[in-house]
Write a protein that binds this ligand. Structure first.
Ligand code: DX5
Ligand code: ZN
Length: 219
């Protein structure tokens, strides 16, 4: 199974984002993971469509946009217009998840759904044909640099078996605390896309940090 590494620019230097994105371009990253926080769904703020639109000019990598926000429906078109390739909403924040997923695809983006640690996987089963990516949070969303929650691996295993038993492909992403010492656990449970903030941006050689993650995942 091919794995993808998605560096989270939450850990990048926001004042030098153009440079940071250009560095990722040649680092072996597969996606750029873009963490949107609204100060309401999660207790932290980051950025919205205008900044993403500027950053888009500095990268050719797919933008994997993780919407940690309430009322995402009202902003999907703005995020699509800003250049998102994947739009991932939170199941907990969407009153009509099926309609939201449909809207995302209608905007020309891949449709993602994320689950907080306390949210069971059941809600996703009937929706699988409408989903392109499932993001299992392995920390409480809101901040980088937290510890990986191994207890989320049961959810990853269940989702992997559902995905493998249905026709359309769905990527299975994990986000939070992914580092060389945790990535293999998530890989073995069945994840194939790995978000990493601290582990990629902790030291200046992003290519080496990404290579270390890839090697650890495949070990
Ligand atoms: C947390 C974000 C993550 C975060 C991961 O709410 O969704 O993407 O940046 O950071 P690390 O890899 O440092 O746990
Ligand atoms: Zn994220």
């Amino acid at each position: 199974m091919t794995i993808k590494i998605a560096p989270s620019i939450l850990s990048a230097d926001f004042a030098r984002m153009g440079e940071e994105l250009r560095a990722l371009e040649t680092s072996g990253a597969d996606y750029v993971h873009v963490d949107v926080m609204d100060g309401h769904f999660v207790p932290n703020f980051t950025f919205g469509p205008p900044l993403i639109k500027h950053w888009r000019k500095h990268s050719t990598l797919p933008f994997d946009v993780h919407l940690m926000m309430d009322n995402a429906d009202a902003y999907l078109a703005a995020f699509a217009d800003a250049g998102a390739d994947i739009l991932t909403v939170h199941a907990e924040a969407c009153p009509d998840l099926a309609a939201t997923l449909k809207n995302i695809r209608a905007l020309g983006c891949k449709a993602g759904v994320s689950l907080k640690p306390a949210t069971p996987v059941d809600v996703l089963k009937p929706l699988l044909p409408q989903i392109d990516l499932i993001l299992v949070m392995t920390v409480e969303p809101g901040f980088g640099g937290q510890s990986f929650m191994t207890d989320q691996m049961d959810k990853v295993r269940t989702l992997r078996s559902w995905i493998d038993h249905q026709a359309s492909p769905v990527e299975l992403e994990v986000d939070g605390g992914i580092a060389p010492d945790t990535i293999a656990t998530a890989r073995t449970a069945g994840a194939d896309v790995f978000v990493a903030g601290s582990a990629v941006f902790k030291t200046p050689d992003y290519a080496a940090n990404i290579a270390a993650l890839r090697a650890a995942a495949q070990a």
